[in-house]
Design a protein around this ligand. Structure first.
Ligand code: MG
Length: 210
């Protein structure tokens, strides 16, 4: 199982990231990177802020679960490779990311650490959500205050385009998870925070920061 994360997939967040870290927006293809399976944080378990970062940010993202093996999938058939979505938090050590971007270094240090990929215990069938992955709204609240609203209609690269692109390079396997990018509104987490994320009015994530 692999965790594939898409960067800069919402225009407003891409601009926000320019201010936070520098770097450049993608052209033609999505930006993507991997997290190892040890990054998963499941069952709404608490997230412990790691000692190596002074600035860990939340990034709430729609997560697509792959349900068939595929390689070089064309965009028009991509829909056959998923039927469930969940929510995740792509925890990011923003201070280490800034350093990586400055020096042109890989992102694993700031993105792939243990428990950096919170994942909802439950996935929801797309059929039950209207069937169109590009017509969903998801939200993140912290301590009851709304911080992020994602409208999948605003993705720069659609889920089907992402699958077509990724599968040119890597075989997609059953159970692979695609974190599809975060909307604007990212920010730091602090011990004592409670994160709650929903698709529509269905709460899928609810866990604490320690
Ligand atoms: Mg992200």
């Amino acid at each position: 199982m692999k965790i594939i994360c898409i960067g800069r997939n919402y225009a407003a967040h891409s601009e926000e990231l320019d201010r936070l870290t520098g770097g450049a927006a993608p052209e033609g293809e999505p930006v993507w990177f991997l997290k190892p399976d040890t990054a998963l944080l499941r069952n709404n378990d608490p997230f412990y802020i790691p000692s190596f970062s002074q600035e860990v940010h939340y990034e709430c993202e729609l997560v697509v679960k792959i349900n068939r093996v595929g390689k070089s999938i064309s965009e028009r058939f991509a829909r056959r490779y998923y039927d469930e979505v969940g929510l995740g938090i792509d925890f990011t050590a923003r201070d280490l990311q800034r350093e990586a971007v400055d020096k042109g270094l890989p992102w694993e240090r700031c993105k792939a650490f243990d428990h950096s990929a919170a994942l909802s215990p439950e996935f929801v069938r797309l059929e039950g959500l209207g069937g169109n992955v590009q017509n969903l709204e998801f939200t993140l609240d912290i301590n009851g205050e709304r911080r992020q609203v994602g409208r999948t209609s605003e993705m720069l690269f659609s889920v089907d385009q992402i699958i077509a692109c990724l599968s040119q390079y890597m075989t997609l396997k059953i159970g692979d998870l695609i974190y599809t990018g975060t909307p604007a509104g990212v920010g730091p987490v602090h011990p004592g925070d409670t994160l709650s994320a929903s698709i529509g009015d269905r709460e899928l994530l609810n866990f604490d920061i320690r």
